[in-house]
Design a protein around this ligand. Structure first.
Ligand code: ZN
Length: 150
């Protein structure tokens, strides 16, 4: 295991143990529930919008370490971002995580999300890592319901 791999794992475990913004948001403008039946991950993502900007974002629910830490990191990255910025970050994350494991990554562009690069080696975990992001994406598209990865 490389040093960076160990460090990345530590970040994931930390966000799993101490998830950031882990609470329902009330009142909120959008709320989307997301299920990943393959793993049992089940989260709700809450958004408060100020025009085009995500002024608050939070989540609650339960799931594996990858799904929970990814949701937690997502909330820390997207709070205060505009909707187009949030979409761009998700696109960057999604294309990294669905790329073959040996594809070089742009660490600077990915920022904190680089801790999830190891997930590429476990295709079944990709749905875990992107679950809350799909909920966020549905929420900024104006949906207020439930989504599932299946
Ligand atoms: Zn999972």
């Amino acid at each position: 295991m490389s040093d960076s791999r160990a460090l990345y794992e530590e970040v994931i475990l930390d966000h799993n143990k101490n998830p950031r913004n882990f609470r329902p948001l009330s009142p909120c403008d959008r709320q989307v529930e997301a299920f990943n039946p393959l793993c049992g991950d089940h989260f709700t993502v809450f958004l408060r919008l100020d025009g085009d900007r995500i002024s608050e974002i939070s989540f609650d629910g339960a799931g594996c370490a990858i799904s929970k830490s990814s949701a937690s990191v997502m909330t820390t990255l997207l709070k205060g971002k505009t909707i187009p910025e949030a979409r761009a970050i998700f696109t960057r994350f999604h294309s990294m995580i669905t790329s073959p494991p040996d594809t070089p990554i742009d660490e600077t562009a990915l920022g904190k999300l680089r801790v999830f690069t190891g997930v590429r080696e476990f295709p079944i975990r990709i749905k875990c890592a992107t679950l809350a992001w799909h909920a966020m994406s549905a929420a900024i598209d104006g949906r207020n319901d439930a989504i599932t990865t299946e």
